[in-house]
Each structure stands twice: as structure tokens, then as C-alpha cells.
Design a protein around this ligand. Structure first.
Ligand code: DGJ
Length: 729
């Protein structure tokens, strides 16, 4: 079977399939959209999973003569309030600020080749290697004069489905959209677990999993940025396994406030939803205006969480990240932050450039501290003028030198922010977010610029464009170090106050879209004190994200492991830092920190000029090895083998796309005197193949590696690690 979206007049069924997965929707009574199936591909669907409806006390029916028919029992595709379905709706609107009832009915549909265009938002990209088809179902309420279009895209080579919704006001009443889910799916509870991710600064991407209770379980954020407290991700899994069982997972192509919800009702029906956070959202539509929800990515795996992650990884690579940054193109960099913090200057950077060149680095990044008066986090954001006391010859001298030595040059910016004592704020006090009545809160000593204002957007676009152009910048680290406490604009031409957070995101997307389009070869790295805004929305513009400010040899294992649920390791940057670690004071061996950073898009962030803390021979060897492995790592299939969350061994595997080359990385954390064996099994190999290990030329059969496993000999010390290269014979 190939990619196909069919509709049968006779059965009233839409069947979206690519031969691997199926998604089935039924039009019931020419009115309701019922969710019938999402999972492994079905050759055909005869409605045999449908549960007959019985008349039940408390259930309400839209038909006087059919009391047994109630939306309480119908698995809905896009549920609405006040129609007998008492679970969380997918849509809520008010008309002329009062009536909040709506009854959308199926109206029509069309099937198109390719993907829809969603204005102003990041979205799945077309790819010539992975064709897509899209079903658009229109629902209309003739009384309210409201139309909702539901979009479903399915791909030839990816088991992801994209869903989104569009609402249009065709009436003359002012329509206020209070909620518009990107995706809502109803299914039955069969013991599934719900998995979400939580975290904090320096402890991002922690995994949370539990049985689904009756009632609602909701995660999400109102911080104006996607994470790290609650990542836009929710998954139902059959048995919480990495290698087996069904997983139905959702994420959003969006970087602002979001909600994930699972609800289990009295009949053990489950509703799964993802979308904008409706508690902090409202959007006003006048006649003929439309609003688009962000897109949701729906991933189905029949082989557990590893299978789910493979689909997310390949989908993001092929359909989200800017195509020319897909595989292995990022330079190996040295970043000045943990080496010097704010104390950067020309002399240090000069020596850093020389040393970086000698050791084989490919880029030097000047982090925070380079602009006028920026000696701590209290000052100067927004002014972006070179501090001539630190750089008497401007930056041209260092940048030219780096370029002459064949190094790329990158620089840190935090464009969305402004310091209280800056010239920018002095000149434009109305450019920050603030309510009319109260003083705004400081976060990391700074205010947030009001990116919903066109003047602010233009200022950022021109300031960064001029800087990139004048200084021939190759890389920008785009940071965002506080969340939004007062989502209010000081200018009153903007929408409803609850629309603001989304308007901010549209402003941000506009700015980064223009900059990345204008400078397609400049590599923008996403950062929000690490992984504070790491999502598919940012990935659409910025191909890599600084995953965490925590570079500790143990904590980072968890962070990278958790983040790999959604993101391929090459979409995360990881740096080798000094020991004892600045965040935890833990001491871990250099090789372990190197092996951990090598499992990502790798760089360094320690003082390579200090010979006491930096063994330059080992650093050079490591860089050479990474250059050798980079192609494989960046374009690999990535498999998690052993979890740091519940074992003393963290293990993962990189596999070349043609399944011939492998890198196995294993960390044994605490040394225990009674430890005896450390067996690693690699269930993802081909049982019929043999594999040769580079280190000792041992040839081991696929079956032995899969079922019996190999013992790894660690040293008698904490935080040891091993990397093994092997290939198919
Ligand atoms: C937070 C980032 O995550 C760090 O890497 C560094 O760039 C600092 N901000 C600079 O202020």
C-alpha cells in the first residue's frame, strides 16, 4: 500500500494510510465526526470495534426518538461543549461576548496533495523524499456562522500525522475564540500509562509516567515559553517499554503557552488533547477573519518509546529543521561562557582563537559579556554596542583573525530582553511588557521587550541584521533567560489581553523568520538558559539547541536521555566543561564528559588555555575522533538501551542509516565494590548479521548481541564510561 487518503460515500469513512499506519474518521448521521482508529495500518476497516450505544441515565441525546444515541459515548474527533459530551472540549467560543454555545456539523471535505500553509507559524515542511497528502474536513454552524476546518496530513515515509484547526467567523457578531485544540483524540482505556516531561532550569527533560486515573490530568505552561517545566509532549503507552507495545504520542510545533490533557471518563473512555493553553488565550475574529491553531505532530509506534523517538527524530530532520542544516554541518566549537563568564576581553579571545585553531576546533563563540558595561547580568541588554574597554580594537580584529585561521565566529545575543539601565529602555519605555497600573517584575534583572509591537520587531531585525552583516558573523547563540510574567502591551491597539502571549510568539516568529531567511548560512543556536524553550517550533528556524546549562557528567545523561524522546541528539548541543563541575561540584573524568558531549552536537566550554585543567592532547584526540564520527552521529538512528533514571548504567547506540556502522556509548555511574557484571544487550540489530568490533576485532553474531549481550569491563572508580565502534561484517 502506498500513501492514500480515501473517502467512501457508502461507509462514510475517511481512511488515511501510508501502509504502515492508519487513521480513520467516520461521519456519523451526516453531522458528527467520530474518531474510529489510529494505529497500525488496517487493510480495511469494517467498523467492528464500534460499541453499541444503550440508553443510560444522565445521557442526553440530540434526537428525541433515539435516546440511546449520545455524544457521551461517541469517540469524537473535535468535541464541543453543551451537546452531551461532558469531557474537555476542543473548541470554545463566545459571540458578542456572551453566547458560548456552538454546534458545528460536518459540511464538506477535500483531499489535496502536499501540506497546507499555515500563516505566520512554524510548520511541517514539504520534502521531496517524503510526500504528503492532506485531508481538510470543514464543519459549519449555520446559526453562529462559524466554520472550522480540520487539517490532517499523512506522509509516505513517516509514521507521523500532522493535525491543526482553523476557525473562520462568517457572521457579523464578534467571535472570541477561547480555545482551539490542535488535536483531540478519543479512545478506550486499556491500561495505558500517560507519559509527560517535567523539569527545571539545569534539570530539563525529566520523565513522568503513571496509570491514567479517572478525571483530568493536565500539564502545560503559562510562562510564555514552552518549557522546561512542562514540555509540549504527552504520550499514552501500552506498557511503558522502550522496545514493545503501542505508543500514541503528541507534540506541538509551537514555542509558547501550551496544554496537554488526558481525561478518563466514567465509561473508561480517554480523551487526549494538545494545543494552546486556553486558560491564557483568547482571540477576537471579526467578520471573515480566521485563526489557525499551531500544528500538532501525532506519532504512533507499535514498538515502544524507542520506535516513537525514531519517528519524531526522522520527522523533525525531514520536515522541521532548515534543510541545509540537516546532517553534520555544525562546527565543533569552543564557547567562552564557563571559561570566563562576563570577564571576556580581546586578549583572552585572541589566545582562544590561536589555541582553538591548534586543537582542531572549527568555531569560536564569544558568549555573554562582550557589550558595553556588561560585567554582570544587571545591565546593558538591548544596547548591543561593543565594549571598547574589553575590545579596544572592536571585534573586527578577533573575527578577521578567526576567519583567517579558518575558524567560524559566533556571538551571544539575548534579543528579546532589555536591562533597566539600558539606553534602549530609556529611549523607549513603552517597548517593554507591562500593565498600565503596576511596576513590572524583573527576572534575571531584566524586562521582556514587547515583540508584538512592529517597531520592536523592526528594531530587532535591523540591529541583528546590521551586526551580522558588519561583523561577518557565522553563528548566533539566541538566548532567552527569563519567562514572561506580565503578558501585556503598553500600546492599546493590540487585541484582547489574553491574546497577547500568542501575539508575542507571532512577533518572535516573524523576527527569527526574517533573520534566518536573510542569512540562510548563519547558524542560529536556540537557548533559553539551556532547554527552557526547546520545541519543534524553535527547531523550525534554529537547527540546534543548547540542551541545558547543566554540563555535569551525571545529570546531563538524564537530560539528554529524556530530551531524546522528542529530539535527535544532534539537535542538542553538549559541551565538555571543567571538573569539578560548576553546577554540581561533582568531579567526573574527562573521558566521561567527552563521551557525553560526543553523544550530541559537540563543543567545549572550558578554559583550553589553562594547561592545568585542560589536557590538550586528550582534547585534540577527542576532536579528531568526533570529526570522524560526526557524519554517523548526526544522521543516525538513535536507540536508548539503558536508562539513567532507573539504573546505574546509561547506554545508547548510534546506527548509520544504512545499518552498517555503530557507536555504542555506555556510562557506568557509581562504582560498587560488589559489582560483578555489566551486560548490555542490543535488541535493534539484525539477528542474521555478524558484527565486528573495532577495538579487539571480535566478530559477534547478531543473535548473541541481541539476546545474550556483551559484558563491559569498567574501571574501579565512579563515573566511568566506554565507547565502542562496531560494524556489520
Ligand atoms: C544562559 C545560557 O544558557 C548560558 O549558556 C550563557 O549563555 C548565559 N545565559 C549567558 O548569560
Amino acid at each position: 500500500m502506498t500513501l492514500n487518503i480515501s473517502f467512501s460515500e457508502e461507509t462514510q469513512l475517511f481512511h488515511l494510510t501510508n501502509g504502515d499506519i492508519s487513521y480513520i474518521i467516520e461521519i456519523v448521521h451526516n453531522t458528527y465526526l467520530a474518531h474510529r482508529y489510529w494505529g497500525k495500518a488496517l487493510r480495511d476497516y469494517g467498523k467492528h470495534n464500534q460499541v453499541p450505544m444503550y440508553k443510560k441515565t444522565f445521557a442526553a441525546s440530540p434526537y428525541a426518538n433515539r435516546p440511546e444515541f449520545s455524544l457521551e459515548f461517541l469517540p469524537m474527533e473535535f468535541p464541543q461543549s453543551y451537546q452531551g459530551d461532558f469531557k474537555n472540549p476542543a473548541i470554545r467560543v463566545t459571540r458578542n461576548m456572551t453566547i458560548d454555545q456552538i454546534r458545528l456539523k460536518y459540511h464538506s471535505h477535500k483531499i489535496i496533495n502536499g501540506l497546507p500553509r499555515i500563516p505566520e507559524l512554524p510548520q511541517a515542511r514539504e520534502s521531496s523524499e517524503d510526500l504528503a497528502r492532506t485531508l481538510i474536513i470543514s464543519m459549519i454552524d449555520d446559526i453562529a456562522k462559524v466554520k472550522v476546518d480540520l487539517y490532517y496530513s499523512i506522509f509516505e515515509n513517516s509514521n507521523a500525522i500532522i493535525r491543526s484547526s482553523k476557525i473562520t467567523n462568517h457572521g457579523s457578531a464578534i467571535l472570541s475564540v477561547e480555545q482551539l485544540a490542535s488535536a483531540s483524540i478519543d479512545c478506550y482505556y486499556q491500561g495505558q500509562n500517560v507519559t509527560t516531561m517535567h523539569g527545571s532550569h539545569q534539570k530539563e527533560f525529566q520523565l513522568d509516567s503513571h496509570k491514567i486515573h479517572h478525571g483530568q490530568f493536565k500539564t502545560g505552561t503559562s510562562r510564555g515559553a514552552s518549557g522546561p517545566q512542562h514540555v509540549p509532549f504527552i504520550a499514552l503507552s501500552e506498557n511503558n517499554s522502550e522496545t514493545s507495545g503501542e505508543v500514541h504520542a503528541l507534540t506541538l510545533i509551537y514555542s509558547g503557552n501550551h496544554t496537554e490533557l488526558v481525561e478518563r471518563d466514567q465509561y473508561n473512555q480517554i480523551r487526549l488533547q494538545i494545543g494552546l493553553n486556553s486558560d491564557h488565550f483568547s482571540w477576537t475574529l471579526e467578520k471573515n477573519q480566521s485563526f489557525y491553531s499551531p500544528q500538532a505532530v501525532l506519532v504512533y509506534s507499535s514498538i515502544g518509546f524507542n520506535g516513537m523517538s525514531q519517528i519524531f527524530h526522522d520527522f523533525a530532520t525531514n520536515h522541521i529543521v532548515p534543510p541545509h542544516f540537516r546532517n553534520g554541518t555544525a562546527p565543533i566549537l569552543i564557547n567562552s561562557w564557563e571559561m570566563s563568564y562576563f570577564d571576556v576581553n580581546e586578549q583572552k579571545m585572541d589566545s582562544l582563537v590561536n589555541k582553538a585553531c591548534e586543537l582542531g576546533f572549527e568555531a569560536v563563540i564569544l558568549d555573554d559579556g562582550w557589550f558595553l558595561g556588561r560585567n554582570n547580568s544587571k545591565t546593558s541588554l538591548g544596547d548591543w554596542l561593543i565594549d571598547k574597554r574589553k575590545f579596544p580594537n572592536d571585534l573586527h580584529h578577533i573575527i578577521n583573525k578567526a576567519h583567517l585561521l579558518g575558524l567560524k565566529f559566533g556571538i551571544w545575543f539575548e534579543p528579546e530582553m532589555v536591562s533597566p539601565d539600558s539606553q534602549l529602555l530609556n529611549k523607549h519605555p513603552d517597548w517593554i511588557m507591562k500593565s498600565k497600573w503596576y511596576e513590572p517584575l524583573l527576572g534575571r534583572n531584566q524586562y521582556v521587550l514587547d515583540l508584538a509591537q512592529i517597531e520592536v520587531q523592526d528594531f530587532l531585525i535591523s540591529t541583528l541584521s546590521n551586526f551580522i552583516h558588519n561583523y561577518k558573523i557565522d553563528y548566533i547563540k539566541w538566548d532567552m533567560n527569563r519567562h514572561i510574567t506580565e503578558p501585556f502591551s503598553q500600546i492599546n491597539t493590540l487585541q484582547h489581553p489574553k491574546a497577547y502571549s500568542h501575539q508575542y510568539m507571532l512577533g518572535l516568529y516573524k523576527v527569527i523568520n526574517q533573520l534566518t531567511s536573510k542569512f540562510p548560512n548563519v547558524l542560529f543556536e536556540n537557548c533559553s538558559s539551556g532547554g527552557g524553550r526547546f520545541d519543534f517550533g524553535m527547531l523550525y528556524y534554529f537547527p540546534q539547541t543548547w540542551a541545558s546549562d547543566n554540563t555535569d557528567g551525571l545529570d546531563r545523561q538524564e537530560i539528554q536521555y529524556g530530551a531524546s524522546y522528542l529530539f535527535h541528539p544532534y539537535q542538542m548541543t553538549g559541551h565538555v566543561s571543567v571538573t569539578p563541575n560548576h553546577q554540581t561540584q561533582r568531579q567526573t573524568p574527562l573521558t566521561t564528559r567527552q563521551n557525553l558531549a560526543s553523544s550530541t552536537n559537540m563543543g567545549y566550554e572550558l578554559d583550553i588555555l589553562d594547561l592545568e585543567t585542560c589536557d590538550t592532547i586528550l582534547v585534540k584526540e577527542h576532536i579528531d575522533q568526533y570529526k570522524h564520527d560526526r557524519k554517523l552521529i548526526s544522521s543516525s538512528n538513535f536507540y536508548r538501551l539503558s536508562s539513567p533514571f532507573n539504573s546505574n548504567l546509561t547506554a545508547w547506540l548510534f546506527e548509520s542509516k544504512n545499518k552498517s556502522e555503530y557507536i555504542l556509548t555506555v556510562f557506568r555511574n557509581r562504582f560498587h565494590v560488589n559489582e560483578h557484571h555489566h551486560i548490555i544487550k542490543i535488541p535493534y540489530l539484525n539477528p542474521d548479521a555478524d558484527y565486528i568490533f573495532e577495538k579487539n576485532s571480535a566478530v559477534i553474531s547478531g543473535t548473541e548481541l541481541i539476546y545474550s549481550g556483551i559484558h563491559l569491563q569498567f574501571e574501579k572508580k565512579d563515573w566511568d564510561s566506554i565507547i565502542l565502534h562496531f560494524s556489520k561484517t
